[in-house]
Design a protein around this ligand. Structure first.
Ligand code: HEC
Ligand code: HEC
Ligand code: HEC
Ligand code: HEC
Ligand code: HEC
Ligand code: HEC
Ligand code: HEC
Ligand code: HEC
Length: 413
């Protein structure tokens, strides 16, 4: 080979290598197999090694606001006060993470979350007070009297650990007390590594727990005008907008988060999902909450970013008539049960006779569904999954009660 052709081969080869390198550098960060220098600096050795071990974790993290702000793996994974630590490839990391790790940088959100019903009351709804310290009980009882200081749930006790561990707790562990003294989990809505507000604003995220016949919020939402519009137009919305500057241009249609939590157009973001509520809709007989007026005002402030006052006041007045009618039907059911108990025709145990299940279904499915449907725009849920169920269950209960009395009269003869 002549010197000239050797020279041009070297030049071409070098140009190809440099060209390929430059092209490689211009690819978006997420596409690179090996992390770039600033990414490695931001995340340290963890990401470098974990790209080969659990690459999805690293990719979720790369997309997050944390990666953009140089919050690194160890910032979350380092043990905080009260956490068990383990040696891991030259680092000390916590064996289990909890809300306490997020709290290090998000004290405000933690405090709002801690005083909400997503905190201790959610866990106590299944397990009662036994897993909490006296201080935790006292703290939560200040905001929600009777919500933590209570007995374990009778149905959970009867069904046993297989049902509670894989059933009840999967939803109610959002408020589980952690070994480090903190309460609950932030990742139920934000995920572990995406740490995303977009995810938290997606209806399905809340719908992981808020669905099914006893709290059909997700189903109601999807049949409401809000849900239909959201599903048709969501590609044009900015679900990832910064919560401090969220406008109706980013999201002209509300999701669960908009009404219950968001800082829409100057409103404050809240992690206390109780702040905007006025009624105890989940209760068998619904009463006004202690902060009734404030709850109405807070929620309506959100509606009023998009609607006029007369429409919203009419909507609330109509929803309250649904609560009143539901309460009346539940009282009739309660009177039937009380009559049978007073006559000693039922055992004292809560779930051992078919009529007790009927009475439970009546308020727990039909009653709740009618009320939730009325406040969130689900006509089908008010009527066919609501009042119709209430009415037909009541007819069944009356017949069952008559049968029980007839049988008792026969045996005493
Ligand atoms: C040299 C490679 C390497 C480095 C560096 C490394 N890890 Fe790991 N990590 C692994 C492997 C492999 C596993 C799988 C389980 C095991 O073998 O320990 C793992 C597991 C884990 C787990 C799961 C532990 C469990 O019990 O399920 C976490 C959390 C974790 N690593 C976080 C980190 C963090 C945070 C850093 C940086 C502070 C880091 N890792 C650094 C290789 C590494
Ligand atoms: C915003 C906080 C946060 C950051 C930043 C973070 N993690 Fe995690 N990571 C978590 C949480 C929370 C868990 C769940 C831990 C638990 O259940 O105890 C977790 C779990 C893990 C696991 C176990 C995953 C599994 O499913 O078994 C690995 C591995 C891991 N992280 C590695 C990393 C690496 C590597 C980085 C940096 C690229 C990182 N994490 C950054 C919060 C974080
Ligand atoms: C070392 C401090 C630190 C820790 C620990 C931490 N964060 Fe963050 N977080 C930040 C910073 C900084 C931002 C960016 C704030 C900003 O842009 O205003 C942020 C932003 C966020 C956001 C908003 C994201 C967005 O798109 O606007 C969420 C949600 C979030 N963090 C959740 C969590 C969760 C959940 C945990 C625990 C698993 C956690 N953070 C742990 C520092 C931290
Ligand atoms: C699919 C998720 C999910 C499962 C499974 C689940 N719950 Fe719930 N539970 C919820 C949600 C969401 C609410 C809130 C309903 C509302 O406010 O309208 C709730 C409300 C409650 C309430 C009323 C609120 C309170 O503090 O008194 C009780 C009691 C309760 N659940 C107990 C249980 C028990 C016991 C089990 C298992 C036998 C169970 N739940 C299974 C999601 C779930
Ligand atoms: C991991 C399960 C889970 C997820 C995810 C979840 N919730 Fe909940 N939520 C619950 C449980 C359980 C309760 C009942 C707590 C109680 O009263 O005992 C509840 C109660 C509520 C309440 C009633 C609070 C009160 O004072 O009665 C509202 C409102 C609420 N959630 C809204 C939301 C919204 C909005 C989202 C999504 C951004 C969401 N939830 C995501 C489990 C969940
Ligand atoms: C029930 C679901 C849910 C849970 C649980 C939850 N968040 Fe959020 N979080 C949201 C939603 C929804 C938003 C966005 C609010 C909005 O649209 O303006 C948000 C926003 C945030 C932001 C950005 C706030 C801002 O003003 O920029 C941070 C930080 C954050 N969450 C941290 C946490 C931490 C820490 C925890 C645990 C203590 C937590 N979140 C638990 C739903 C949740
Ligand atoms: C347009 C606004 C709006 C949207 C969207 C919305 N809600 Fe609601 N929600 C309300 C109103 C209003 C109430 C009744 C408030 C009261 O008690 O005054 C309510 C009540 C609730 C309650 C009942 C608390 C109790 O007392 O039992 C829960 C839980 C809840 N919503 C969760 C959700 C979830 C989950 C989604 C999404 C799938 C959602 N909401 C969507 C406005 C909304
Ligand atoms: C972010 C904006 C936004 C918020 C917040 C909001 N809505 Fe809406 N709402 C809409 C849009 C958009 C429509 C669809 C209007 C149309 O058909 O053009 C709608 C439709 C409705 C409808 C159906 C109207 C009809 O005639 O079909 C009702 C009822 C309603 N909203 C009630 C409420 C209530 C109550 C709240 C507060 C708890 C609320 N909305 C919060 C944007 C919003």
């Amino acid at each position: 080979m002549s010197f000239q052709s050797l020279f041009s081969t070297v030049v071409i080869a070098t140009a190809l290598i440099v060209g390929a390198f430059l092209l490689h550098m211009r690819r978006p960060a997420g596409e690179l197999q090996t992390p770039n220098a600033s990414f490695v600096r931001a995340t340290g050795k963890c990401a470098e090694c974990h790209l080969h071990e659990t690459s999805a974790v690293v990719h979720e993290f790369e997309m997050s606001a944390h990666a953009a702000k140089n919050v690194n793996c160890l910032d979350c994974h380092r043990p905080v006060k009260g956490q068990e630590s383990v040696d891991h490839r030259g680092f000390v990391i916590a064996r289990h993470l909890s809300a306490a790790n997020c709290r290090e940088c998000h004290e405000n959100e933690y405090r709002q979350f801690e005083r909400s019903r997503h905190g201790a009351p959610a866990w106590a709804a299944v397990s009662g007070a036994k897993d909490f310290t006296a201080a935790q009980i006292a703290f939560s009882e200040k905001y929600h009297p009777g919500a933590v200081e209570r007995a374990p749930n009778a149905l959970a006790m009867m069904e046993g650990p297989a049902a509670t561990n894989q059933g009840c707790y999967r939803c109610h562990e959002i408020g589980r007390p952690n070994a480090d003294g903190s309460i609950g989990s932030c990742t139920a809505c934000h995920a572990r590594h995406a740490s995303s507000v977009e995810l938290a604003r997606t209806p399905e995220t809340c719908g992981q727990c808020h669905m099914g016949p006893d709290h059909s919020q997700l189903e109601i939402y999807h049949e409401s005008k809000h849900g239909v519009l959201f599903n048709a137009q969501r590609d044009r919305f900015h679900l990832d907008a910064d919560p401090k500057h969220l406008t109706t241009r980013d999201m002209p249609v509300p999701t669960c988060a908009t009404c219950h939590m968001s800082g829409l157009e100057g409103l404050k973001v809240t992690h206390d999902t109780t702040e905007r509520l006025s009624m105890f809709l989940f209760a068998p007989k619904s009463e006004k909450r202690a902060g009734y007026l404030q709850g109405v005002t807070n929620m309506q402030e959100t509606c009023l970013k998009c609607h006029t006052r007369p429409n919203i006041e009419k909507f609330y007045a109509e929803a309250e008539t649904v609560v009143a009618s539901t309460n009346e039907l539940v009282e009739q059911s309660n009177a039937i049960m009380k009559g049978l108990r007073d006559e000693k025709l039922l055992t004292p145990a809560p779930f051992d006779e078919p009529i007790e299940f009927l009475a439970f279904d009546l308020w727990h499915y039909g009653g709740r569904t009618a009320k939730h449907g009325a406040y969130m725009g689900g006509a089908d849920f008010v009527q066919w999954h609501g009042f119709y169920e209430l009415t037909s269950k009541l007819a069944e209960m009356k017949q069952k009660a008559a049968e029980i009395r007839a049988k008792a009269a026969e045996t005493s003869r």
